[in-house]
Write a protein that binds this ligand. Structure first.
Ligand code: CUV
Ligand code: SF4
Length: 641
């Protein structure tokens, strides 16, 4: 390996050393082989939108200042970034649409594998969509909600109705800016249209459309996905689980689900407990079936079934290299097409299940919701039958796994703070007002081989906790925090400042709250909305002592998420800058000027301690503007460094 990587995570460290010894290639090797990466791309200065190009602008002014069509660096960089938003919004929203289809299936086919698990959530969604619930059968409500939601995705008139659930002051800002999303599909399509050659060339106008598209995701597609997942797969409740590669078991048939959608994996989670399958596993010499997850599919079934997390995004090939994964079942998003190269050296069966995501070298067993139980059974049987093909000599499982409590939702988190009978955000708001809790942070998102693995996540989170900031976490940050013991209630004693420690101890919550998959960043938007509604901390999300971070982001979904947070008034810090630095005007707008428009802004900061301090300074600025009391206890910040 070219770079000296330390790996805070012992399991990853052991596996990477093992991979080196066995000459298996890892993502870190491929990343190093790709150096140096294209400078034009990094700065956002290349365009392939038509065949007069490809064009690129030399950032040092030693070449053409525009593309062949005359597009400037500002136009090219802005077009590129909003196409990233469109792709991210499309990914999340398509996921949301699939969940809505499952709801429609429940209505059509009472014998399907799915049912309405949370009637209260369904009623809440019905209220948003103006669907009458009084004196109606639950299936009638479900039918109408599914129809309303599915029609809304492509509607030609009106606006996305979930967006109205934002604080009134926030909605007004969007109206004034003209960025209230009209329909999810429409915003994605319009972004593609505007970025076609010779359409929108005004970088600010392009970014406004980008923000409208991101809002269609955060307050639309993603929120719909989260809410309807709660309806169908149940409202997550805090539960105990384990995280890291050590959850794989040598004597068991190991099935790993990977990707993002719960529709198949939730059924697998249930079917994996089937007695007949357990017997079949015993017949081939295994003790049973051991199901675990990678990426956000893992988050989804962990928070609803307590299924353990085998690892995050960056550990997907390491899981295969343990030699004990009998089957890896993937659905959509963040799945490396190179996994088949890794699997070649092992017996692991890779199975793709979505018609949208087929990969060379994977067996494709298409998942049909109408036959969910059959598909899940077929997959698990094939996994069991693959168990005897393991090469016992070549197994290596790092004995590393950590306990975690996961599965907090907008509804459940503060049930704790309010006591079981009084679900209210009052105690949280009061703790912030009194200076026990300094503020709230969402730390989310992917990991990336371009930085020391997980260092950014862990450093930022710990620095925030030490300074009494309550952290809400989603996506791969959640998996990282779980693996490193930050999601145990005891973590408050080790990492939290005095005030936060008191609150965590009083209500028995960890200082880092697992709020789900990256789709569930919508839950964080809802938490912020509820805090505003509870009163005493301003009128809008941008008034709150709150900040967001995605220290090791990599996906287009992450770009979209960041934009909907900024558009919602949140100060958002990321590590590697967005690829816009080639346009001075755009770069300065996103990190500065945009604040006058949305109340939120971007910040690029590669140093995780400084990133945390920037968030803390922002939180303090907001506390001051709200004239809140000084913090109750002495803070390490800003002396720490
Ligand atoms: Ni989105 S958070 S790598 S899997 S997008 Fe995938 Fe969930 Fe990032 Fe992690
Ligand atoms: Fe070049 Fe303009 Fe075509 Fe882009 S759209 S490739 S900048 S000519």
């Amino acid at each position: 390996m070219a770079r000296e990587l330390k790996f805070a995570d012992a399991a990853t460290q052991q596996m990477v050393r093992h991979a080196e010894a066995e000459q298996h290639e890892t993502v870190w090797d491929r990343y190093d082989a790709m150096q140096p990466q294209c400078g034009f791309g990094t700065l956002g200065l290349c365009c392939r939108h038509c065949s007069m190009g490809p064009c690129r602008i030399d950032p040092f002014g030693n070449g053409p200042k525009t593309g062949v069509c005359g597009a400037t660096a500002d136009t090219i960089a802005a077009r590129h970034i909003v196409r990233m938003i469109a792709a991210g919004a499309a990914a999340h929203s398509d996921h949301g649409r699939d969940v809505a289809h499952t709801l429609a299936l429940i209505v059509k086919d009472p014998k399907s594998a799915y049912s309405i698990k949370s009637e209260s959530k369904l009623r809440a969604v019905a209220a948003v969509y103006g669907v009458e619930t009084k004196d109606r059968e639950i299936m009638d409500i479900a039918a109408e909600v599914a129809k309303e939601v599915l029609t809304e995705f492509g509607q030609s008139e009106g606006t996305v109705r979930m967006v109205k659930t934002a604080p009134a002051a926030r909605y007004k800002i969007w109206e004034e800016l003209g960025i209230v999303p009209r329909a999810i599909d429409r915003e994605v399509v319009e972004t593609m249209h505007r970025t076609h050659i010779g359409v929108d060339a005004d970088y600010k106008n392009i970014i406004m459309q980008g923000m409208r598209t991101s809002l269609a995701d955060g307050w639309g597609g993603s929120m719909i996905g989260t809410e309807l997942s709660d309806v169908i797969f149940s409202l997550p409740k805090p539960l105990r689980t384990m995280a890291n590669l050590g959850v794989l078991k040598k004597d068991y048939v190991n099935v790993v689900v990977h990707g993002h959608e719960p529709t198949l994996s939730d059924v697998i989670a249930v079917i994996s407990k089937d007695k007949k399958l357990a017997e079949r596993a015993k017949k081939v010499g295994a003790k049973g079936i051991n199901l675990s997850g990678i990426c956000c599919t893992a988050n989804e079934i962990m928070m609803r079934h307590g299924i353990p997390l085998a690892g995050s995004y960056m550990q997907q090939e390491l899981a295969i290299m343990t030699g004990v994964v009998d089957m890896m079942i993937v659905d959509v998003q963040c799945i490396w097409p190179g996994l088949d190269k890794t699997a070649e050296c092992f017996h692991t069966k890779l199975v793709s299940t979505s018609p949208k995501a087929q990969m060379p070298g994977f067996e494709h067993i298409e998942f049909d919701e109408h036959r969910a139980i059959e598909t899940a059974t077929q997959l698990l049987e094939a996994a069991i039958d693959n168990f005897p093909n393991r090469d016992g000599q070549r197994t290596f499982i790092p004995d590393v796994a950590e306990r975690a409590v996961a599965g907090f939702t907008t509804e459940s988190v503060f049930q704790f703070l309010g006591g079981t009978y009084r679900s209210t955000y009052r105690p949280l708001n009061d703790a912030i007002i009194a200076g026990r809790i300094r503020g709230l942070a969402g730390v989310v998102g992917c990991s990336n081989p371009n930085v020391e693995f997980e260092e950014g996540h862990l450093t930022i989170v710990k620095e925030l906790l030490a300074n009494d900031v309550l952290v809400a976490s989603t996506g791969c940050n959640s998996i990282t925090c779980a693996k490193h013991g930050l999601m145990q209630p005891e973590a408050a004693l080790t990492y939290a400042g005095e005030g936060l420690k008191e609150v965590c101890r009083a209500v028995g919550i960890p200082p880092v709250l697992h709020m789900g998959a990256c789709l569930d960043n919508s839950r964080i938007l809802r938490v912020l909305t509820n805090v505003v509604a509870e009163g005493g901390l301003g009128e809008d999300i941008s008034d709150l002592p709150a900040a967001g971070a995605a220290p090791e982001w990599m996906s287009e979904k992450a770009v979209c998420i960041g934009f909907y947070f900024v558009a919602s008034g949140v100060y958002t810090v990321i590590g590697k800058p967005l690829p816009v630095a080639g346009s001075a005007a755009l770069n300065s707008y996103l990190t500065d000027g945009i604040e006058a428009d949305t109340g939120g802004r971007w910040e690029w900061e590669m140093d995780p301690i400084e990133a945390a301090h920037k968030m803390l300074r922002h939180i303090d600025k907001k506390r001051k503007a709200l004239k809140l009391k000084p913090m109750m206890y002495e803070q390490p910040f800003p002396q720490a460094e």
